[in-house]
Design a protein around this ligand. Structure first.
Ligand SMILES: Nc1ncnc2c1ncn2[C@@H]1O[C@H](COP(=O)(O)OP(=O)(O)OP(=O)(O)O)[C@@H](O)[C@H]1O
Ligand SMILES: [Mg+2]
Length: 602
């Protein structure tokens, strides 16, 4: 005996004109008969409803149609002529009919059901053989995940009204439906085009839907850059390409400084560049994209082209290592005096807690008793090597002999001599050039030794983090506090690691503190990494906007990808990304620009 739902589905298909009257259709059971009375089935072939070109099917009830505060079940019959057009992820709309709202949803699941279990067991399959059973012997259903209700005023609200059974379900018809349904900002920093399954959604006249990150200081939610951005993806999936395009959009933005009586300032962008790729932001692309693509970008308010003189490359000097990247750059050196504020610069990851405490003390005393002119690595070296100087520490038991031995071995090691105080332009004097309004300061580091890179990057990160968290009594501290700072760190996993070393702990603490106050103090972090699993949890948890490119499922989970994208992300080719930014929009897929808006590659 067929159950009533199967019978109902058969009838439904007939109504839609999808199948001819199936002679083998079982007659309704008594229970179904009762239902049939409530809704008489009198459809004749001539008044079967035809689907409009945009429609994909009608709301079906297999078991139950419901919405609730946490779960929903909305299923749609997909008639045969639409079956090849539907895909998981597509956005659809159901006009409620009895009210003016439209229900906005995406296709979460597609399934085939046996139209008639009895037939399946007997005549059709047994007599005809499976290879001759056509698709029309089955029913296709799409399960929808409702996202919002679009009000007549074009506002998205939560799903609180249910679509009626049999309502027509159609594809989204215009840009406004997508913008409202997904609750997208209508302007801001351009990130890419709203997409489904790798393809931008396109409406008549080739119109695509731009995706922006809120960037308006006066709007609620603040510019989202100050609640930080993560760009993650496997190697070669286009993180740096995305980061450059994104950072270029930020140049020229204006932000209100809450702390400084409502001043409006343009940001200073500081870029930690381990692969020497970001100086390209100065120039236009070498192979410009087609005119049409450029116009399209400019048409939606996107920024295009090099920033020219606004950008300065700062190349650290290290003995025996030469920067050979772009032509125009400014050299600088890390003055040893920064060790006074950041003793871990000379500790590396190798000192244990006791040893680190001893180092801190020695550093503090050194800076206290040494005249400012002599705040050099060389002088500190002498101090540490001087047994007379060390005697009081050992005698009082403040520093154990073995501890001093470990500190000496670490600090007196070769590379520091070639790293600190390498001539002109100490960072502490160059600060006005580095931290300037509407400037882009790029710090390439791949010409340095591993130790050199560590010292340089940590010095810059520490200066910014400190100046943005507390009152730093130095000129550079006041300077950094004065402007909005966007700090982009490529290969961030190398610097904000989960490593359990003393140095890593201090840096992470500093960063977490700075990140927490990012909105108030106008510090925005843009962390770029292929190993989000190596970035410290506490740092990750401060990030509100995740831009995720192709990556393994486990990495996607770790990077905070929305559940329904986790399985798809491994298949994302270059340029496809998921944006998860709860204060900005619903999570969704976008396609970034295929071209770089500035120079990328040599
Ligand atoms: N959306 C895109 N369309 C076309 N080409 C792209 C796109 N994104 C990146 N590319 C190209 O792919 C190459 C790798 O990109 P990119 O350097 O940005 O990757 P990455 O993820 O930063 O790599 P790595 O892990 O090595 O740092 C570059 O040559 C870049 O120009
Ligand atoms: Mg890269």
């Amino acid at each position: 005996m067929a159950d009533p739902t199967e019978w109902e589905i058969d009838e439904k298909l007939k109504e839609l004109g999808i199948v001819e009257d199936a002679p083998a259709s079982p007659s309704p059971s008594p229970a179904a008969g009762a239902e049939a009375e409530a809704e008489p089935r009198t459809a004749q072939p001539e008044d079967r409803p035809q689907l409009d070109p945009d429609e994909i099917g009608t709301v079906a009830i297999r078991e139950e149609l419901y919405i609730s505060t946490d779960e929903h079940r909305i299923e749609v019959y997909i008639p045969e002529e639409r079956r090849n057009e539907v895909a998981v992820g597509q956005y659809v709309v159901i006009p409620l009919g009895y009210r003016e709202e439209l229900l906005f949803a995406y296709i979460e699941k597609l399934s085939y059901l046996k139209r008639d279990a009895v037939d399946d067991m007997s005549e059709v399959h047994v007599l005809l053989g499976a290879d001759r059973v056509g698709e029309d012997e089955y029913i296709e259903l799409a399960a929808l995940e409702p996202l919002s209700l679009i009000t007549p005023g074009g506002k998205p609200v939560e799903v609180r009204y249910i679509p009626k059974p049999n309502s027509r379900v159609r594809r989204v018809q215009n840009k406004d439906e997508v913008i409202t349904g997904l609750d997208l900002p209508e302007k801001g920093l351009f990130l890419g085009w709203v997409s489904v399954n790798g393809e931008p959604i396109t409406f008549q006249g080739d119109l695509k839907v731009p995706y922006y990150l809120v960037n308006d200081a006066k709007k609620t939610g603040d510019p989202l850059i100050f609640t930080h951005v993560l760009i993650a993806g496997m190697s070669g999936r286009g993180k740096t390409h995305v980061a450059k395009n994104f950072l270029r959009q930020i140049v020229g933005s204006e932000y209100l400084l809450e702390r400084r009586g409502g001043e409006v300032r343009k940001p200073c962008i500081v870029i930690i560049d381990p692969d020497d790729e970001y100086w390209g932001l100065r120039d236009d692309p070498k192979d410009p994209p087609p005119h049409r693509d450029r116009e399209e970008l400019l048409g939606v308010g996107g920024q295009y082209g090099g920033v020219g003189e606004k950008l300065t490359v700062f190349a650290a000097v290290e003995r025996g290592h030469r920067y050979r990247g772009c032509d125009a750059y400014t050299e600088f050196t890390i003055p040893f005096e920064l060790v006074r504020d950041f003793p871990y610069l000379i500790a590396g990851g190798e000192l244990n807690e006791t040893q680190y405490v001893a180092l801190e003390r020695l550093v503090r005393d050194f800076f206290q008793k040494t005249p400012e002119k002599e705040w050099t690595y060389q002088r500190f070296q002498q101090f540490l090597e001087d047994d007379g100087e060390m005697q009081p520490y050992l005698q009082s038991g403040a520093v154990h002999e073995a501890t001093l031995g470990a500190v000496r071995r670490r600090v007196l090691r070769g590379p520091f001599e070639g790293i600190f105080d390498q001539g002109a332009n100490p960072l502490t004097q160059l600060y006005e050039a580095v931290f300037r309004e509407d400037g882009v300061s790029v710090f390439p580091t791949n010409h340095l030794s591993a130790e050199g890179e560590r010292v340089v990057v940590l010095a810059i990160l520490s200066m910014i983090a400190d100046a943005k968290t507390k009152v730093v009594g130095t000129e550079w501290g006041r300077r950094i506090a004065r402007y909005p700072v966007v700090l982009a760190v490529d290969e961030a996993h190398n610097f904000l690691t989960r490593a359990e070393t003393q140095q890593a702990r201090i840096i992470v603490q500093k960063f977490v503190a700075a990140a927490k106050q990012g909105r108030k103090n106008r510090l925005g972090l843009v962390l770029i990494t292929q190993n989000p699993q190596d970035v410290h949890d506490e740092v990750l948890s401060q990030i509100s906007t995740r831009i995720l490119l192709g990556m393994e499922q486990a990495m996607a989970e770790r990077a905070g990808a929305p559940k329904h994208f986790q399985r798809a992300l491994p298949y994302f080719e270059r340029g496809r990304m998921v944006v998860h930014s709860p204060d900005n929009s619903k999570p969704l897929e976008i396609r970034g620009l295929e071209f770089c808006v500035v120079r990328h590659g040599k």
